[in-house]
Design a protein around this ligand. Structure first.
Ligand SMILES: C=C(O[C@H]1C=CC=C(C(=O)O)[C@@H]1O)C(=O)O
Length: 387
């Protein structure tokens, strides 16, 4: 489909107030990915019951029963190729005309004191790590579709999306974190931690505390997976930790892959183990989640929830030289799932964008550096809100 038509259809869908999602998967190693959209043909609300459904899901941080789905069978699919701008020199380097961050004095004091409370709790031995987040509201002159085009142009290695549902309003984001992807009986996930700014190169040094934190996250995920009884006895395949780019930021990442036992769906169980990840919640998971719910002082809603394709039909054609109609018989249909953690996201309403930003706190965290990190992340996100 021609890209102008694609975006016009999204605008029409938004006017009709029918649920839809437009998204592009991360473009790994020069691989091109199409931008797809799933357009629900009415305004009915569908919820996920047991993860056996097929469609695109949008789940909050808390209360899985509130997870929404745009079911494949109630929607139309369209796609286009929207080019990522390799060299977007036009991106404004200076802070856009939003209130300068120095004015956010009260937010700063509040955020730093919460980080300090988290550090104190960690030192008492109740937690190893907890992710503390906040919101920031900024104005934007751009229309929703223009903001989405900016995201598509500037983030090639992220999962980028625009979601609308009458129950949630408009959400948009560019996330670097996979929750889990499953194809046939094979699943992939990742351990993500540590943040630094990107300056020309991904060849950077990491501080010992970042490496240590990321290793703890990797070990935790491996341990939880190995203890589960729906994973095949073969060993998990675990990569070295490496630096991954996400917009103007860098993170430390380890890829983890394994197989599900034959005949087991395993998806619900995998999600139960992995969500919320240590990158958005902390360790041990339940203590960290309780600390967040008791202290953060706002509702995260869909920030640090998860979203993506659930059990979508995928047709794989077998390699065959036969050129007759029988070839069709060699096409096999499988189901594939690609879920991402809803990070670096915003909720948009009437010219205002509410940004959601957080960072991992450990025993060595410095409250003022943690504040700076959220300012840095917010700054990267704001760059898509201006022309
Ligand atoms: C929680 C966020 O980032 C997570 C993902 C990668 C690195 C993180 C960090 O360095 O703290 C965070 O855990 C966020 O951006 O809102």
């Amino acid at each position: 489909m021609i890209k102008d038509d694609f975006f016009t259809i999204l605008e029409e869908q938004l006017d009709k107030k029918f649920p839809f999602v437009a998204y592009r998967k991360p473009m790994e190693e020069g691989k091109r990915e199409e931008t797809k959209a799933l357009l629900q043909q009415d305004a009915i609300t569908h919820r996920v019951k047991d993860f056996s459904e097929s469609g695109f899901i949008f789940a909050p941080f808390e209360e899985q029963k509130k997870a929404l789905i745009i079911p494949s069978e109630a929607s139309k699919e369209i796609s286009t190729e929207y080019i990522f701008e390799e060299d977007h020199k036009n991106v404004k380097k200076e802070e856009p005309p939003f209130p300068p961050n120095q004015l956010r004095k009260l937010e700063r004091v509040e955020h730093e004191s919460l980080v300090q409370k988290a550090v104190d709790t960690i030192k008492k031995g109740k937690l190893l790590k907890v992710v503390i987040s906040r919101t920031e509201s900024v104005q934007t002159q751009l229309k929703v579709i223009e903001i989405f085009k900016n995201i598509l142009k500037r983030y090639n290695s992220a999962f980028v999306y625009l979601w609308f549902h009458p129950e949630t309003g408009i959400w948009m984001g560019a996330t670097p974190e996979t929750l889990v992807s499953v194809e046939r009986n094979r699943f992939k996930t990742m351990a993500l931690a540590g943040t630094q700014s990107f300056h020309q190169s991904v060849d950077v040094e990491w501080e010992a505390k970042d490496k240590e934190e990321q290793q703890i996250v990797t070990d935790y995920i491996i341990d939880r997976l190995q203890k589960s009884d729906f994973i095949s006895a073969e060993k998990l395949r675990v990569s070295e930790a490496y630096t991954a780019k996400a917009g103007n930021l860098l993170h430390l990442r380890t890829d983890i892959e394994g197989n599900l036992k034959a005949g087991v769906s395993g998806l619900k169980e995998l999600i139960g183990i992995l969500h919320p990840t240590p990158a958005v919640c902390g360790l041990p998971k339940d203590n960290a989640r309780n600390f967040i719910l008791e202290n953060e002082g706002y509702d995260r809603k869909f920030y640090s929830g998860f979203l993506g394709e659930l059990n979508l039909k995928k047709e794989t054609k077998r390699n065959s030289n036969r050129r007759n109609q029988e070839n069709q018989a060699y096409a096999s249909i499988s189901r594939s799932t690609s879920l991402f953690v809803n990070l670096r996201c915003m909720k948009i309403k009437e010219g205002m964008a509410e940004l959601f930003i957080g960072g991992g706190v450990t025993k060595d965290s410095n409250p003022s550096l943690e504040w700076e990190e959220t300012v840095n992340k917010a700054h990267t996100m704001k760059s898509i809100l201006v022309k």
